[in-house]
Write a protein of this length. Structure first.
Length: 516
């Protein structure tokens, strides 16, 4: 028996009615030129700026230049496998990275892919790397401190949650050390940290990861690495990717800290990309929008108001100067965007003052709002005393006959400088900072030789946490120096000084006491 035409027609109609396939709308184009990690594509008429493009061999790119008859895109991966004539498709999505708690404790690249050999990351949520910064109404003033554990910074250049504080100085004088010390000091303080390494060698990133793991800090840290061997496109993308990962926590009412190490190399990568894209060069061959490159990134750091959850994102960008030149193009750009800078001086570093923080050139525009009352009480005169000491020390080189007041001021300045010296990865608890700085600014160390101030501090901190622990607990609880605490502190320092002057042996360790 044959099948009638009517039956065939009914079967076809039923098949058509039952047919259900997802409709994928995608523009397709072809590569017409390929060089230096830049693909020139013809035929992508509906592409968006910053859209993720799909190349053959599972390679992805990002559309940057939208011209009249062609698109120029950066290739985020090995572009050697591509060739002219290859098909390129749009994805309908802006470049995005995975976000979420699953990233904490991992080392990832600029696309959020794991590079630590610990398997895949189970994050289900993704967010675009570019995002509009919170507006003025969405923010609240900075008023809660981020304790770095570094005496010189917590006392004179305080950092608040939601602030952008620049770390600036020549190469190899301790910029990264300050940022890593700050991350190490956040243990138990409910602050998620993101460390973005831009243009560093892979060995340096591995050392940072190993150090943070050794210090127990990797458990609350995400490391985003775009190494020197990665394409310039990934180095350009890395800070935005890291910021997106940190913002996820801020949007949930939590506090986050992000370190950009460093934005000088980020600007170099963007300059390389822009020149390859044939954008017009400006000053020092940087493109005209290099200021916007960093301002749209750093403006995303904020302290949100209570209606939005009250979360915060604190940014510590790092800038490398050439021969102490803070007036160069990129340093002045970033200084104008941030809320202050911690300036590290080469002469201080090589003179043995570490961290080599320059008191005169460093500033926090948030000021005392980001300090507890106790540290504000003891550090009020510290900056002035140190600045006067620097001036007097320079002047005294030309004069051998100094009066007693000048000699005393120079001696106290030397003791304060010694008191602010600190080894790396040895954060000092806030109560200990208050006690030792109180001794320094009130002249209670005037009987100690400057060379022995470091020894005095280490022994005093162990002794006071062991013998006068109730004093430490009261200070931690009240966060301020009242008359009772001040008298108790003076009595404790006097009692310790008697034993110290007599060469008495202090306790080697004590519960709750930090190492000096």
């Amino acid at each position: 028996m044959g099948i009638s035409a009517a039956e065939i027609s009914q079967i076809i109609k039923k098949r058509i009615a039952d047919f259900d396939a997802p409709v994928v709308a995608a523009d397709a184009g072809v590569i017409t030129a390929l060089a230096d990690g830049i693909a020139q594509i013809y035929g992508l008429s509906g592409v968006m700026a910053g859209e993720l493009l799909e190349f053959p061999h599972q390679v992805y790119g990002m559309a940057l230049n939208l011209e009249e008859d062609l698109v120029r895109a950066i290739v985020m991966g090995p572009y050697e496998v591509l060739k002219e004539g290859d098909e390129v498709r749009t994805t309908g999505r802006i470049v995005e990275v995975p976000v979420g708690r699953e990233l904490v404790g991992r080392v990832v690249n600029a696309l959020g892919q794991p590079i630590d050999g610990r398997g895949e990351i189970g994050s289900q949520e993704r967010r675009p790397v570019e995002r509009q910064a919170p507006g003025v109404i969405a923010r609240q003033p900075v008023g809660t401190p981020v304790q770095t554990g570094i005496k010189a910074i917590d006392s004179m250049i305080p950092i608040g949650r939601g602030q952008r504080e620049l770390i600036i100085g020549d190469r190899q004088i301790g910029k990264t050390a300050i940022a890593l010390d700050t991350i190490v000091n956040q243990k138990g303080k409910n602050l998620i940290c993101v460390y973005v390494a831009i243009g560093q060698n892979a060995a340096s990133v591995a050392r940072v990861a190993a150090m943070l793991e050794e210090q127990g800090a990797l458990e609350y840290t995400i490391i985003v690495g775009a190494t020197a061997s990665d394409p310039a496109a990934l180095q350009y993308l890395a800070p935005y990717a890291g910021c997106t990962m940190a913002e996820w926590f801020m949007d949930r009412g939590e506090d986050a800290l992000i370190v950009y190490d460093d934005l000088s190399k980020h600007a170099w990568a963007y300059r390389e990309i822009s020149l390859a894209l044939r954008r017009p060069p400006g000053r020092e061959a940087y493109p005209g929008d290099v200021f916007y490159l960093h301002s749209r990134l750093l403006e995303r750091a904020a302290r949100l108001n209570e209606e939005l959850g009250g979360g915060s994102l604190t940014a510590l960008p790092i800038i490398e100067t050439q021969a102490n030149d803070v007036s160069a193009y990129i340093p002045t750009n970033v200084i104008s965007i941030t809320d202050g800078q911690i300036y590290l001086e080469g002469d201080l570093f090589y003179g043995g003052v570490r961290p080599a923080v320059s008191v005169g050139l460093s500033v926090s525009r948030v000021g005392g709002a980001a300090q507890t009352k106790a540290i504000r009480q003891v550090s009020g005169r510290l900056r002035l005393d140190l600045a006067q000491y620097r001036n007097l020390a320079a002047f005294s080189q030309f004069s051998s006959d100094l009066d007693k007041a000048t000699r005393d001021q120079l001696a106290r300045g030397r003791r304060l400088v010694e008191l602010l010296k600190q080894d790396q990865y040895q954060p000092v608890p806030l109560a200990d900072q208050v006690m030792v700085l109180f001794a320094g600014v009130n002249g209670l160390l005037d009987g100690v030789e400057p060379e022995r101030v470091g020894e005095w501090e280490a022994q005093f901190r162990r002794w006071v946490n062991h013998e006068r622990s109730e004093l430490v607990h009261k200070l931690e609880e009240r966060q301020a120096l009242d008359e009772e605490l001040e008298q108790g502190l003076r009595a404790a320092i006097a009692a310790f000084n008697e034993g110290f002057d007599a060469g008495g042996v202090q306790p080697a360790s004590a519960p709750g006491g930090a190492q000096g």
